[in-house]
Design a protein around this ligand. Structure first.
Ligand SMILES: [Mg+2]
Length: 388
């Protein structure tokens, strides 16, 4: 069906829902923690969270919707200023060809980063459109349900106070989450004492949740290879499912050495893009768990290719962040282990509410999608009303 309109709308909201605002003042080690002025909080350096919603309309009046991050209107400018030229007038069903054209046309300034946000958002909208046209949920178009429901892990646990931290972890156990992820708070700038405090916090989490819950911890690119190698040996007794993103995304050699030497599995990929970005990570066995983000990797089209490569190498996939794109993919892709969810910690005075794209609140640590066509979502965002 011929595409008649493509429009990216810049919105003053975060693609991570309320999580990004909650995290603004919470402690965690980051890629900037080596600089004292940016050590804490993350809002001292992180760009303001913005997103764009991309609507693609075809001549029959159907509208597909996708979204992505939109820092400084980069992605929305690329979609409205460049990608529309390739899309308007084209056949919306030819998603593979359109993806290749968008990627090749943006190579001079793209390949990773904002151009791939835009391409991902367009790809998600095209898949949504196809699902709506066929009256089928995307997981059916992607191969059908591969499991009755998708396991979901709780991702928060920034420790301000140890009692609060333990109480938070206990609520995730009570709510049936099979796994949970905490944040490391210290890195190389905090010396050996910080390293011991990181290890003590993992021990506290393990002691709190018992032996039958998977635990993970995120280092948000805040460590060095040397630091990660040392601490991974100290963390061995706690049977962690993974250590997340200990190094910068481009440290292929570092990740390869770390994954070979570390007694704890290493996960990363939320800041990596496309099949070409993941291929050397998979070929070199540089990771134990692959963690692309649907709004960065290139949308459903590219996520499927990375899943196939990871699966062939025996590596599980665990998508970054919550939302309907992740849930639709994980419902159909057996390579997907579980999906990340951002619960509201029990010690914050707030109540759980559905994610902005309408993705369901997990029950008993899992989600089962219904048969609503396309992405099966309704966006609830400030300053946006859908024309779908
Ligand atoms: Mg992470």
């Amino acid at each position: 069906m011929r595409i008649t309109r493509v429009h990216a709308i810049h919105i003053e909201a975060s693609a991570w829902g309320d999580f990004a605002y909650r995290e603004d003042d919470l402690p965690l080690v980051t890629s900037m923690s080596i600089f004292p002025q940016y050590k804490h909080p993350i809002s001292t350096w992180r760009p303001e969270e913005r997103m764009c919603v991309i609507e693609i309309e075809t001549e029959d009046g159907l509208v597909g919707t996708g979204w992505c991050e939109d820092y400084y209107q980069t992605a929305s400018s690329i979609v409205n200023g460049h990608l529309t030229r390739l899309l308007v007038g084209a056949d919306s069903d030819e998603i593979g060809v359109l993806w290749d054209q968008m990627f090749r046309a943006t190579v001079p300034y793209g390949r990773k980063g904002a151009a791939l946000y835009g391409i991902s958002g367009v790809d998600i909208a095209l898949w949504d459109l196809m699902g709506k046209r066929l009256g089928e949920p995307l997981f059916k178009l992607l191969g059908g349900r591969c499991r009755e429901s998708t396991p979901i892990y709780a991702s928060h646990l920034h420790c301000i106070d140890e009692d609060q931290f333990c109480a938070e972890a206990e609520t995730y156990v009570e709510r049936g989450f099979p796994a949970m992820k905490m944040r490391f708070l210290w890195g190389p700038a905090d010396g050996l004492e910080g390293m011991h405090r990181n290890v003590a916090l993992v021990k506290l989490l393990r002691d709190t949740v018992g032996e039958n819950i998977e635990i993970m911890a995120d280092a948000y690119m805040g460590w060095s290879l040397d630091y990660a190698l040392r601490i991974s040996r100290m963390l061995e007794p706690y049977n962690m499912r993974w250590i997340e993103e200990p190094l910068l995304p481009d440290e292929l050699e570092g990740y390869t050495i770390l994954t070979r030497e570390s007694p704890v599995p290493i996960a990363a990929g939320e800041h990596e893009y496309t099949r070409w970005g993941f291929e050397p990570l998979i070929r070199n066995k540089a990771l134990s768990v692959i963690q692309f983000d649907m709004g960065r990797v290139g949308g459903f089209s590219e996520a499927r290719k990375v899943c196939a490569m990871a699966d062939a190498a025996g590596l599980p996939v665990c998508t970054h962040a919550y939302g309907m794109p992740s849930l639709q993919l994980a419902t159909a892709e057996s390579a997907c282990l579980m999906v990340e969810y951002f619960p509201i910690p029990v010690w914050m005075e707030d109540t759980e509410r559905p994610f902005f794209d309408g993705a369901p609140i997990p029950t008993d640590g899992k989600v089962r999608l219904d048969d609503k066509p396309g992405l099966g979502m309704t966006l609830d965002l400030p300053g946006y009303s859908s024309s779908a």
